[in-house]
Write a protein that binds this ligand. Structure first.
Ligand code: HEM
Length: 415
């Protein structure tokens, strides 16, 4: 018996847990690696915390993404943390469907996200990053979530989709409403989702007569060429790209910057490497930041379609299964010194982007945005410091995502 065998089970989903869930995840990995719990919403679900079980679950075809398989109370169906899920029109998005529909829809958009296509987008991301830093560089202080991490991805995705620049501030407001209030079915969120859906359907109509080389035009072309893409599917696709690519990237920049500011040795190492004109440490570093404190704490919902055994636990048909990516990525059975931030880590097959057929479609874009944002911040504001003590920072405490509410920083003003 080790002393930890007598440690009491941690209480999940409290304020302390939201601030630092890693000790609780270490306990679960050791004592209850596939653990049935009641979520704050009242829904019962299994939490999977070991790396090997997590990887297996993410690739297991018996775990469906379709909420119709949930054998819970009617009110709990569709509570998968994605606003608008109750709106049937937006249900048919990639994270909610299984093959063969998933295969067909994913094939249609995957062309837009190849590393080559995304690389063409690099100058725009760099331009956006510079513009945002220009706005606060002379003041000596900023809230990096509000002033930087939040606007960057929304404008990047809007550009990629082909949302005209003059409409992008509306998107910012709708997305802001969603991120502030999470995925709950509250009034403001529901209204924002409704407005976004109406806008996207209207944009699809308008673009039909004037196709460009943006992603929405690409989706329209695909649907016109008999690829069986309905207008609702196109709107749902645009919606999931916005939704999946937005708060995740906000949190990559937020959590990543915080980890650098609280690990001065690693931050110095990266600044020296950037000053020498190298890219290698930036690339491995962003992967390590995803592993160490990634944006997606739990993968999105999965539901057992038949009986299955996972990590020695029998899962009944209809049971929801949540794979805890944040716990799997700190598993000492997979990663050497998992609680140490090492920007040069090589053996780093983390699950921050998921695994299997739902592996993050936007990973090349997320990497581009994360690398550009962090490198530019550290280069242009080299003495960046936290503006408040670390224990005063507040985390959002949502179920799926892990991210900060604000990230106040100070630095020497620059013009
Ligand atoms: C799926 C993480 C950025 C689009 C996923 C999944 C994860 C993830 C973990 C799988 C979820 C599951 O299996 O339940 C991240 C992280 C990001 C990021 C950590 C930023 C650092 C983006 C961006 C986009 C995007 C920028 C696009 C603009 C998607 C889409 C899916 C997805 C469409 C669903 C794929 C499918 O079901 O086939 N992402 N993501 N993501 N992501 Fe990302």
């Amino acid at each position: 018996m080790t002393s930890s065998d007598t440690t009491p089970a941690p209480t999940l989903f409290t304020w302390e847990f939201a601030t630092d869930p890693y000790p609780a995840y270490a306990w679960l990995r050791e004592h209850a690696p596939v653990h049935r719990t009641t979520l704050p919403s009242g829904v019962e679900a299994w939490l999977v915390t070991r790396y090997t079980d997590a990887k297996q679950a993410l690739a297991d075809a018996r775990l469906s993404k379709n909420p119709a398989h949930h054998d819970g109370p009617e009110h709990a169906r569709g509570r998968t943390g994605i606003p608008g899920e109750r709106k049937a029109e937006l249900m048919t998005h990639l994270l909610n469907i299984d093959p063969p529909d998933h295969t067909r829809l994913r094939r249609l958009v995957s062309k837009a996200f190849t590393p080559r296509r995304v690389a063409e987008f690099a100058p725009r991301v760099q331009g956006l990053t510079n513009d945002l830093i220009d706005r606060f560089a002379a003041t000596g202080e900023a809230d990096l979530i509000h002033d930087f991490a939040f606007p960057l991805p929304i404008h990047a995705i809007c550009d990629l989709l082909g949302v005209p620049r003059e409409d992008q501030d509306d998107f910012r407001d709708w997305a802001g409403m969603m991120i502030r209030h999470g995925g709950g079915p509250r009034g403001g969120v529901a209204r924002s989702v409704k407005k976004m859906r109406a806008y996207l359907l209207d944009l699809i109509h308008r673009k039909r007569g004037d196709l460009g080389d943006d992603l929405i035009s690409g989706l329209i072309r695909a649907s016109d060429h008999g690829e069986h893409l309905t207008e609702n599917e196109a709107a749902a696709m645009a919606f999931i790209l916005l939704f999946a690519g937005f708060e995740t990237t906000v949190n990559l920049i937020g959590n990543g910057t915080l980890a650098l500011l609280t690990h001065p040795d690693q931050r110095d190492r990266l600044q020296k490497s950037l000053a020498a004109g190298e890219r290698g440490l930036l690339e491995t570093g962003v992967e390590e930041l995803l592993r160490y404190d990634g944006p997606v704490e739990l993968a999105t919902w999965r539901f057992a379609t038949g009986p299955l055994t996972l990590g020695g636990q029998d899962i009944a048909p209809g049971d929801p299964v949540l794979v805890v990516l944040a716990a799997a990525d700190r598993d000492p059975a997979r990663f050497e010194h998992p609680d140490t931030l090492d920007l040069g880590r090589r053996d780093n097959q983390h699950l921050g982007y998921g695994h299997g057929i739902h592996y993050c479609l936007g990973a090349p874009l997320a990497r581009l945005e994360g690398q550009t944002a962090l490198a530019t911040l550290l280069t242009r504001l080299p003495d960046l410091q936290l503006g408040v003590p670390v224990d005063e920072l507040r985390w959002r405490g949502g179920l799926i995502m892990r991210g900060l509410r604000t990230l106040p920083v100070t630095f020497t003003p620059r013009t």
